[in-house]
Design a binder for this molecule. Structure first.
Ligand SMILES: Cc1ncc(COP(=O)(O)O)c(CNc2co[nH]c2=O)c1O
Length: 386
């Protein structure tokens, strides 16, 4: 059997239709869109079309901004650091609220601001692995300038109550940023229904290429650029636009939204089939209620089976999965989310994330179930603690 890819929360395959859409801009349509000659002028309509696809994809209003950048890490840094230079530096509002669930690019940019005198609250998940709107409300003070909470968690797939959090932030006059990397293409993201002020995404998480992302900025909200220089993106992000990447991301966004129903039905069905099989194994913990998770993700802890050992075993059988965020996959610390939900120390080291996509097949899931069952038996026999 071909290799099986079940690490789609880390990155995804580029949809063939996306690849076809971007190909001409590596060949005969290579002009710089800022150029005044025909080579530059001819690519502009494709960028306008891509922008339309992105605006439609998140239901952004015409007067809002979407800034094309290199990835969500850049978008998240732009918001967190931009907020410091724009607001926190010179005013008494020097407090940011975020969570312990965030991707390292949020945590580390916040930690950097702490070295510049900003106070940051890192809300801990509750026993269900969740951050509630009530917890955000209780953490807001008269010095709070920004709340940053991810829309969906990359390890567990848990969907956070962003709509309720947005209502709390509006009520208290606090800006809200959400990292929507793990939401786009899996669940509906609508910035008019959920009034966030900033939202970040990365194309390679929804079958677009790596190296291109987007930052949504609500109309009337000012934010200084992270990258200064040319007038690209209206001065919000200098640098020659990645034309093929932008065209690709627009197409990927369009396809992602066309497939949301498929994600909620077929992808969810295959994920649930895998999850039900895992739950038949003794001493197993799946994090979060499945109806509160993105349809493609299951994060499972199997007592007596080190996460890294299981990942290695699966890889030997041609199956790609991960112990959590690839960005942190080398770290052997206990998962903060497993610790937060009360998993004991041993269990907190056994987390394995399996994340499907619209390209995952039933045959692949059946083989994965068979392989995991075999691996667990083998590894538990070797375990000294089980
Ligand atoms: C929630 C979230 N935010 C930001 C990023 C960074 O995106 P990038 O800038 O495009 O790299 C990731 C990548 N998450 C993962 C990367 O590998 N495994 C993961 O879970 C993510 O899951």
């Amino acid at each position: 059997m071909e290799r099986i890819y079940l690490d789609n929360n880390a990155t995804t395959i580029v949809d063939p239709a996306v690849r076809d859409a971007m190909e001409p801009f590596y060949c005969h349509m290579y002009g710089n869109p800022n150029s005044l000659h025909s080579f530059g002028i001819e690519v502009r309509p494709y960028l306008h079309q891509a922008m339309e696809q992105l605006y439609t994809g998140i239901n952004a209003a015409d007067e809002d901004d979407i800034v094309i950048n290199s990835c969500a890490t850049e978008g998240n840094n732009t918001v967190i650091l931009g907020f410091y230079f724009n607001l926190l530096k010179d005013t008494r509002k020097k407090h940011i609220i975020t969570t312990q669930l965030e991707h390292p690019c949020i945590r580390e940019s916040c930690r950097y601001l702490e070295t510049h005198g900003v106070k940051v609250t890192y809300l801990a998940p509750d026993h269900d692995g969740m951050i509630t709107a009530e917890a955000v409300r209780e953490a807001i003070t008269d010095q709070t300038a920004l709340v940053s909470v991810m829309w969906a968690n990359n390890e567990t797939g848990l969907i956070l109550p962003i709509k309720e959090i947005a209502e709390v932030c509006r009520e208290r006059g606090v800006y809200l940023h959400t990292d929507a990397v793990q939401a786009i293409g899996k669940i509906k993201v609508d910035v008019q229904e959920v009034p966030v002020d900033f939202l970040t995404f990365s194309a390679h998480k929804f079958h677009g290429p790596k190296g291109v992302g987007g930052l949504y900025i609500r109309n009337g909200v000012s934010l200084p650029p992270l990258l200064h220089g040319g007038e690209q993106m209206g001065g919000r992000r200098a640098g020659t636009v990645d034309v093929p990447g932008m065209v690709a991301m627009g197409k990927a966004m369009e396809l992602a939204n066309q497939h949301l129903a498929f994600e909620q039905t077929e992808v969810r069905r295959l994920r649930d089939k895998l999850e039900d099989a895992l739950l038949k194994i003794d001493d197993v913990l799946v994090v979060g209620k499945r109806e509160l998770r993105t349809p493609n993700t299951v994060y499972v802890s199997i007592r007596g089976v080190e996460g890294e050992a299981l990942i290695w075993d699966l890889n030997q059988n041609g199956i790609a999965a991960s112990t959590g965020s690839a960005c942190a996959s080398e770290s052997l610390e206990a998962s903060p989310i497993l610790t937060a939900i009360g998993a004991d120390k041993e269990l907190a080291h056994t987390g394995v994330r399996l994340s499907l996509s619209r390209f995952t097949t039933e045959q692949e899931i059946d083989f994965t179930i068979y392989t995991i069952s075999k691996a667990v038996m083998r590894l538990r026999q070797l375990s000294t603690s089980y």
